[in-house]
Design a protein around this ligand. Structure first.
Ligand SMILES: C[S@@+](CC[C@H](N)C(=O)[O-])C[C@H]1O[C@@H](n2cnc3c(N)ncnc32)[C@H](O)[C@@H]1O
Length: 470
């Protein structure tokens, strides 16, 4: 009999995290000269994964991988199991388990990727220590571990906010009432005052951004019983004690944190040199979140962009009439027109991936592509996309998508490891009908609500949203 945890009282809205994806981890490990196991046939463990939909999405993408996940919350794992069963995912095992006791369940070296997202800084010291030990215990020699955590020095700012929030809730225990009290406080506090000092401005911005979070995230991340933001140096020291080396960081603009610039002479202690530089950057930017990667083998620390030559690329960048590229609110220029034209061709087939070897072997281009990857304007992969560009004669939607639809979920996991909200009843019916047993003509004859003559185009659109496996 297990105790009920706060995550059983209020469900955490677990989702997918691109930065935890073994494909990204494999790309970064290969950049460091390591030889990670190809993700499509890897053994993956997710620690404290909540419902583990992040893991289920990986398992749906690669039926040949072996995916295991666990969490202390039995409600979260029960929901994850419902989704697994409804999707018929045969390569997933989920368990209710405590990090501190998980050693016995998982033999040493039994995983190629171990992911702990959103756990490390939100648990007591002994659980945090056990988390790093477990990652080291479970990782294979070629393995890559992922640990995200609230970082310092931004964590100090969050500590100040936390003290104010705890004052605001006082003795209130009911979750809804706690959240309401915190929202009232934040709304008042976020209003700028004419005589605000810089620190007060920063705190008010934090309040503003907290107000945008879902209730359950506020309840757990800001009002949970443990909040222990970490210094990168301390996390790396804990990893080293367990026999792991710091590889780099999986977050946007941080992929080069584990590397020295091209052509650098190796210092006596390369790992310390990169950690020191990254820590200084944390202090300069008041960083509050990190997503550190660890490995068992020593990486090459000097960056070498030619290592991406054998990889694959996709991009959502849109080329504008003036030749610049846009993504979200950002606009960027690629000075070399040959490369710009190639990137535009890659963008035109998104979400499909293109081998980098098909667009360039020019080392200068590879350096620019690597920088675009670091800034998250392009994504690099170890291999091709596991979803088709065009529907087959008997189109088949991802089993996970159909399983989630069957359970009434609207936030669905694509085969590109992103979240897609699908509410339209016609599209939901179409995806359920596309189970690989019917031709497009047979699907068109069903009353999905989509006009029969539009069925082919609708299924093709599902392919272009990475929802189809055939
Ligand atoms: C903030 S949530 C993160 C969930 C998910 N990884 C995500 O990022 O969305 C923290 C998770 O860690 C789990 N957790 C906390 N302590 C744990 C322990 N000792 N053993 C296993 N899971 C634990 C909680 O139940 C919760 O699901």
């Amino acid at each position: 009999m297990r105790l009920t945890t706060p995550y059983d009282r209020v469900a955490y809205p677990t989702t997918m995290f691109a930065q935890t994806h073994p494909e990204r981890l494999a790309v970064l490990a290969r950049l460091a000269g390591l030889d990670p196991v190809p993700p499509h046939q890897a053994r993956i463990l997710e620690i404290g994964g909540g419902t583990c939909v992040n893991l289920l999405s990986m398992a749906a993408m690669w039926p040949d991988c072996d995916a295991h996940g666990f969490d202390l919350s039995s409600n979260a794992i029960a929901r994850g199991q419902e989704i697994t069963d409804a999707s018929g995912l045969a390569n997933v095992t989920l368990a209710v388990e405590d990090i501190c006791e998980a050693h016995e369940r998982y033999p040493a070296g039994s995983f190629d990727y171990v992911i702990a997202h959103g756990v490390y800084a939100w648990v007591p010291d002994h659980v945090r220590e056990a988390t790093m030990r477990l990652i080291a215990h479970c990782l294979s020699d070629r393995g890559v571990g992922f640990v995200s955590y609230n970082a310092m020095p931004g964590g100090h700012v969050r500590q100040i906010m936390r003290e104010m929030l705890f004052d605001a809730i006082g003795e209130i225990d009911d979750p809804d009432a706690r959240i309401a009290a915190v929202r009232d406080f934040l709304e008042a506090y976020a209003r700028p005052q004419p005589d605000d000092e810089p620190l007060a401005k920063t705190l008010r911005q934090q309040a503003e951004s907290m107000l945008k979070r879902p209730d359950a995230v506020l309840f757990h991340d800001e009002l949970g019983p443990c909040f222990n933001p970490q210094r990168l140096m301390d996390v790396a020291a804990a990893a080293a004690e367990s026999g792991l080396v710091f590889l780099t960081d999986a977050g946007r603009n941080r992929h080069l944190d584990g590397f020295l610039p091209d052509g650098s002479a190796l210092p006596d202690d390369p790992e310390y040199a990169v950690l020191l530089a990254a820590s200084r950057d944390d202090y300069a930017s008041l960083r509050y979140f990190r997503q550190s990667l660890f490995a068992k083998q020593e990486p090459d620390r000097v960056i070498d962009a030619t290592r991406i030559a054998g990889m694959w690329i996709s991009t959502k960048l849109k080329r504008l009439d003036d030749g610049a590229f846009a993504q979200g609110g950002d606009s960027i220029n690629i000075a070399d027109e040959d490369l710009a034209a190639s990137i535009a061709r890659v963008a035109a087939v998104y979400p499909q991936r293109v081998p980098i070897s098909a667009i360039t072997d020019n080392p200068e281009h590879l350096r620019v592509i690597l920088q675009l990857f670091v800034e998250w304007y392009v994504t690099l992969y170890p291999g091709p996309a596991p979803f088709p560009a065009e529907p087959s004669d008997n189109p088949c939607a991802s089993p996970l998508v159909r399983g989630m639809l069957g359970l009434g979920e609207t936030m669905l996991c694509t085969l590109d490891h992103t979240v897609l909200k699908i509410e339209q009843p016609e599209l939901r019916a179409l995806l359920m009908a596309a189970d690989g047993t019917r031709t497009i003509a047979e699907i068109a004859a069903l009353e999905t609500g989509i006009p029969p003559e539009d069925t082919h185009a609708a299924i093709a659109a599902c392919c272009s949203k990475a929802l189809m496996i055939a």
